[in-house]
Design a protein around this ligand. Sequence first.
Ligand code: KIV
Length: 277
Amino acid sequence: MSSAVNSPETISNARRLNVPGFRARKRVEPIVMLTAYTARMAELLDTHCDALLVGDSVAQAVYGLPSTVPVTLDMMIAHGQAVVRGSKTAMVIVDMPFGSYEASPEQAFLSASRVLKETGADAVKLEGGKSIAPTIAFLMERGIPVMGHVGLTPQAVNVLGGYAARGKDDAERARIMVDAMAVHDAGAFAIVIEGVVESLAIEITQTINCPTIGIGGSSQCDGQVLVVDDMLGMFQRTARFVRKLDNLSDRIDLAVSSYAAAVRSRSFPGPENTYSR
Ligand code: KIV
């Protein structure tokens, strides 16, 4: 097992992409972002990604939960610590879980400051539009960089009734545009646009001054993010917009069946893997 992960004493954000650097990428160079939940995966992604999102999608990807709603602040902090430990140059952004920020700007500050202090991450992300904009301004004014998240907001699944694409009719499209503007005007340094019709993702990207990060949006967004386990093919069923670049679940199945067969036939471990006196 690798020991190349950062130890608490060596963690420094000096070499990481920072907020001004992230903002400066708008209309200059696409931003590459993936989710990460563990130190080893963060270590593997770090050299290729500008930013790593410790997403509350950890719910489905790691814990087998049906939605992101049950995720707690302590879970996000533990995974945030692992991802900061495993990475060196990527900006690390930690999702604020459902229930940790909506009650008031003060609640959001207490939760988000815990995240930054206890993980060493660079920023937090929170879902919502116009109604959460005053909270975003409150955090930004107090030194907590916030990435916004509009369009399909999975934490609101119980209100939305599912994960269908958003912005298909004019009224909803206008609401999402208002949300994006409000989050932008509140000072968010970037905004994730999830699961909206392509023309809306393009319109938002062209209208606002901070980078947009698309997931099921448009290739014209300023950057892209995907759940890493979806991209690697760990799940058979994924959202339509996911592009699988590998089929890890099949490859794991093959490797584990070889291991099981070798154990059952008593040919594991081989002589080269045993100690002799
Ligand atoms: O939790 C997550 O992985 C996310 C991305 C889908 C943007 O919020």
